[in-house]
Write a protein that binds this ligand. Structure first.
Ligand SMILES: Nc1ncnc2c1ncn2[C@@H]1O[C@H](COP(=O)(O)OP(=O)(O)OP(=O)(O)O)[C@@H](O)[C@H]1O
Ligand SMILES: [Mg+2]
Length: 321
């Protein structure tokens, strides 16, 4: 797949602080990539270097085939960038703010008017057209900021914590818009520390202390915690022998996390399996050979938060009873 952003061995030091520590990262064309990490992880520093606003200590950054470190000025026109703290002109109206940003990008009047109309509609701020930006609520300011970011119809959109501090319905509205932009073949790099919203991204990069700890689809990242899917089984059969389970094809079962006697000839087992759907029939037929029936089989969900903690600190999620 073509890559919109290529980052290699990127380092940024502020005095003794290593804000970005040997980062390697690729953002593919047409995907939503969420850089997910806690406060101080290095998200904003990374984004500012991608934008050519901050010079790396070392390493390379290529954006749409342009070397950003060598040509920091070339990137800005290609990208729609919404900084963590976007500046609007509080003494200009919603319309005037958008018009101002349109002029910065040198859009001719006719195109500007068309874009402003479209974007006000998309961001649902048309009715506030003549309201001073300074008088808008926080959520509306954020919508206006996003509209201004998109004014020049950039193919790469970089949003630094666009949803921090806004309410869940507006967060959802924003993500619907991101998905829509992705469907229009835009590439989106979005930073966030909200685990739940990162689930909407095509791929996630987990960043902690300036290092990328894991990269993958939300599903892949959850799978990384145990190296497979979790399967909870309730088995029925007298004297279930742990060896019966341990002797099942090792290509199906990666690990046995829990075996608990529930009484009444029932046993609960939690397994790590290669894949829930395809391994269940194998396990079922193996157990039946030993007179053991599966009464219940269900996947054990792992949240992205579990995965994040496990992959950054090594602390495994607790498996509830
Ligand atoms: N200009 C600067 N001078 C000194 N230290 C800085 C500077 N900018 C960032 N840092 C430090 O670099 C580290 C990474 O900061 P950064 O702002 O990139 O994190 P972040 O992931 O964006 O966090 P947040 O979620 O709070 O926005 C932090 O330790 C921060 O204090
Ligand atoms: Mg930040």
């Amino acid at each position: 797949m073509d890559r919109m952003i290529i980052i290699r061995n990127l380092v940024k030091r502020f005095g003794t602080i290593v804000a970005v520590n040997n980062l390697n990262m690729d953002v593919y064309c047409g995907e939503i990539y969420a850089l997910l990490g806690p406060n101080g992880a290095g998200k904003t520093t990374t984004v500012r270097m991608i934008m050519g606003l901050l010079k790396p200590t070392s390493g390379t950054i290529i954006v749409d085939n342009v070397d950003v470190v060598k040509n920091p000025g070339l990137v800005k026109k290609k990208v729609g960038y919404m900084p963590q703290f976007f500046s609007l002109y509080s003494d200009l109206t919603v319309f005037e703010n958008l018009d101002f940003y349109g002029r910065i990008y040198g859009l001719p009047r006719e195109i500007r008017m068309k874009r402003i109309r479209e974007l006000m509609k998309i961001a649902e701020i048309t009715e506030y057209k003549d309201v001073l930006a300074g008088n808008l609520s926080g959520g509306l300011k954020r919508r206006l900021g996003l509209a201004a970011t998109l004014i020049h119809d950039p193919k790469l959109i970089i949003l630094d914590e666009p949803t921090a501090g806004i309410d869940p319905p507006l967060r959802r509205t924003f993500w619907k818009l991101f998905l829509r932009l992705r469907d229009e073949e835009k590439t989106i790099l979005v930073t966030t520390h909200y685990m739940d919203e990162a689930e909407n991204a095509d791929r996630i990069g987990l960043i902690s202390q300036g290092r990328l700890k894991a990269v993958g689809t939300p599903r892949e990242i959850k799978k990384m915690v145990y190296g497979g899917h979790l399967m909870r089984l309730i088995l029925a059969g007298k004297n279930i022998d742990i060896n019966t389970i341990n002797n099942i094809d090792h290509r199906a079962i990666i690990d046995v996390l829990k075996v608990k006697n529930l009484g009444d000839s029932k046993t609960e087992v939690i397994l790590v399996v290669k894949d829930f759907g395809s391994t269940l029939p194998i396990i079922s037929s193996e157990l039946q050979k030993h007179g053991v029936n599966i009464v219940l089989a269900e996947p054990v969900p792992i949240t992205l938060e579990d995965a994040f903690i496990a992959l950054t600190t090594g602390e495994m999620p607790c498996l509830k009873n």
